[in-house]
Design a protein around this ligand. Structure first.
Ligand code: ZN
Length: 144
């Protein structure tokens, strides 16, 4: 299996898996995100404890890339501090913008690295980045 196939499998797995697609029993913030150009819509739910993302989940509809990106993001930020979540978001968005990142930074994205080739598909970039922009707004709302 080459890397491209492995990445496609990861995207497919995440887009089909429901493990992050649910409602939290309680949430401190519910942030909507939309990508009208593709019809992707999510509601991101975060449960915060102190400065930590205690739990996260999402509901929504959309293409495989948007739903996989949301699911991978949630796996990454669960249990992390809000500062770390912001940092991961910065790294992910820079990866999609093809900015230079260290190997160490890329490694922190774990499975979300599988979305890096989306940078070559301008029509799909918003599908991949929409959940992360939604996260940034959710964190900003919490700070208010
Ligand atoms: Zn999409």
């Amino acid at each position: 299996m080459n890397l491209g196939e492995l990445y496609n499998d990861l995207i497919r797995e995440h887009s089909m898996s429901g493990h992050n697609k649910r409602h939290l029993e309680k949430a401190d913030v519910v942030e909507p995100g939309k990508n009208p150009s593709c019809g992707d819509e999510i509601n991101l739910e975060l449960l915060i404890n102190g400065d930590k993302v205690e739990d996260a989940a999402f509901t929504g509809v959309g293409c495989a890339i948007s739903q996989a990106s949301a699911s991978m993001m949630i796996d990454l930020i669960r249990g992390k501090s809000l500062e770390e979540a912001k940092e991961l978001s910065r790294i992910f968005l820079n990866m999609i913008r093809r900015e230079t990142l260290s190997g160490e930074e890329l490694e922190r994205l774990d499975e979300a690295i599988s979305l890096q080739n989306i940078a070559n598909m301008p029509a799909r970039v918003k599908c991949a980045t929409m959940p992360w922009h939604t996260l940034e707004r959710a964190v900003a709302d919490l700070g208010k």
